[in-house]
Write a protein that binds this ligand. Structure first.
Ligand code: KIV
Ligand code: ZN
Length: 530
């Protein structure tokens, strides 16, 4: 009988805290709903002490999402644990996840504490969490580089204080598979009372080993896996949920394990995260990349036509990727459109379908074939969660080859119209500055990328922007036949999010957020100004 592997999703915590992946409250709730549909067992909703926004998100998710367990992260101190519990209170099945670094490197340089002090802190913190919540997970941070004998002592202290899950993180993505597997075997055999405690993997991808190490942890006895959609997470990311889930499904012959992940929801989850964060997955990304099921070489195509099994170990349908056998065009009706959206993971309401259909027909007048990417662009742009404080009414851009560009914009807010113009080196920057002048919120671009949507020369430009307003970063994404207009609209979207956010909340303590700097993409694409 195969054993169940519990999927602990940390997209909204380890994933969300990485640069370029932040989400606001409605976005986190939408992602949490999708993770529920996907069938994750435990959903780590955030790190409540980190900010007011994180606290609110955990609280709202705990109140709404009832099937999976909801976890919240806390450092091993009273303030963090109390705050995590306050956010989790309403959860049907809450879990406090507390952590403390245990490697000598962290003890010496980060915490300035002795091993004895850390042992006491673990006992106290797990005990305190347990006094609030039945289900307590403890993570010895940097377990992968912790002296093995001391790691066993730390885990023993956590188990004796009531931990129900021991998560052994390879925090810096340093372990080889053999090290990681052995660590689980050692903890399993050397810590007393493990019959009441589940072991969990948590791996980072700094050396490209996150998924391989997750499997090693499972071979060593872990039955919970911490992972994220699209593998987002600190630095190089965490183990990708979709890869772990599909390996366990496709290679059950070699690993007698299973998960309760509904694989047909994988693609929709990946797309949704991309839409919410603006963080694209690489084309050749396993399972969810655009090329993951594309057979280009003639010999491969020939084989797949004869029998897909020749070159396909998973069908696109298994992960919910729609097959493009029917191409939509100007003669397609609402029913076909609704069906294609359903295949892409969107259940549109009637008014949403009407809106999408209107935009679809406009596009179909200009473009012969409409591809999935076009349809996604329509919903992504038009079904934003943030109320459009400023709406773009008119846009004009003039640029010359002497490095001077001017943009004129008309924005509407609460029924009133505002005009302004700005001049800069590049046409996009001129548009951004004109927007700044109207909104009174100057922003700086931290990332800017342009793609064409759909194949062919009639493809539209998709611009993704990340912009910082008052120290906080927001994403925007828009498509248009004009790159400059798409850029202006994307920037305005980010500015609207910033305005909404500053209206909604004043941020509290910020813990460990990494600041994002102007990316290479900006410099490479627009050396003289964009
Ligand atoms: O990587 C890590 O060590 C973590 C812990 C907080 C579990 O994310
Ligand atoms: Zn981590």
């Amino acid at each position: 009988m195969p054993d169940k592997v519990f999927i602990f999703d940390t997209t909204l915590r380890d994933g969300e805290q990485s640069p370029g992946c932040s989400m606001n409250l409605p976005e986190k709730i939408e992602m949490a709903r999708q993770l529920d549909r996907l069938g994750v067992d435990i959903l780590e909703a955030g790190f409540p002490i980190a900010s007011h926004g994180d606290f609110e998100a955990v609280k709202a998710i705990a109140a709404e999402i009832r099937r999976p367990m909801i976890a919240a992260l806390a450092r091993a101190n009273e303030l963090d644990i109390n705050r995590a519990w306050e956010a989790l209170r309403e959860a049907a099945r809450p879990r406090i996840h507390t952590f403390l670094a245990t490697s000598d490197i962290h003890l010496q340089y980060k915490l300035h504490k002795t091993r004895e002090e850390i042992l006491k802190m673990i006992s106290w913190a797990v005990g305190h969490a347990k006094s609030r919540c039945q289900d307590v997970e403890f993570s010895p941070e940097d377990a992968g580089r912790t002296d093995r004998g001391y790691l066993v002592e730390c885990c023993q202290a956590a188990v004796e204080a009531g931990a129900t899950v021991l998560n052994l993180p390879d925090t810096v993505g340093f372990c080889l598979e053999s090290d990681y597997e052995q660590m689980f075997r050692d903890v399993q055999t050397r810590v007393r009372g493990m019959d009441r405690v589940a072991l969990s993997t948590h791996t980072h991808d700094d050396l490209g080993m996150a998924v391989a190490n997750t499997l090693a942890g499972l071979r060593g006895g872990a039955r919970q896996v911490e992972c994220t959609i699209n593998g987002i997470g600190e630095r190089a990311g965490n183990a990708a949920l979709e890869e772990v889930a599909m390996i366990l499904r496709v290679r059950r012959d070699a690993l007698p394990l299973y998960t309760d992940i509904r694989s047909e929801e994988i693609y929709a989850s990946s797309l949704l995260l991309t839409r919410l964060t603006g963080m694209n997955v690489q084309r050749n990304k396993a399972i969810v990349g655009r090329n993951a099921f594309a057979h280009e070489a003639g010999i491969h195509q020939d084989g797949v036509i004869k029998n897909a099994i020749t070159y396909e170990i998973i069908t696109p349908q298994t992960v919910g990727m729609p097959s493009n056998s029917i191409v939509l065009g100007k003669h397609s009706g609402r029913h076909a459109l609704a069906k294609r959206y359903e295949d892409l993971g969107y259940q549109l309401t009637k008014p949403e379908l009407e809106r999408a259909y209107a935009l679809f027909t406009q596009l179909a007048d200009r473009k012969k074939n409409i591809y999935d990417e076009d349809l996604l662009a329509i919903v992504n742009e038009d079904f934003q969660h943030i109320p459009e404080l400023y709406a773009l009414k008119l846009f004009q851009s003039v640029s010359s080859n002497d490095g001077r560009s001017t943009a004129t914009l008309e924005l509407e807010k609460d029924g009133a119209t505002f005009h302004d113009s700005a001049t800069s080196e590049g046409p996009c920057d001129a548009a951004f500055r004109a927007i700044d002048r109207i909104t009174g919120m100057p922003g700086t671009i931290s990332d800017f990328s342009v793609h064409t949507v759909g194949p062919g020369t009639d493809g539209v430009a998709e611009v993704r922007i990340r912009a910082r307003f008052d120290g906080r970063e927001f994403a925007g994404k828009c498509t248009s036949h004009s790159v400059v207009e798409a850029a202006a609209r994307s920037y305005l979207q980010a500015a609207n999010k910033a305005a909404y956010d500053s209206k909604r909340t004043g941020e509290a303590v910020s813990v460990g957020r990494v600041s994002v700097h102007k990316s290479e993409t900006v410099d490479r694409l627009f050396p003289g100004g964009y």
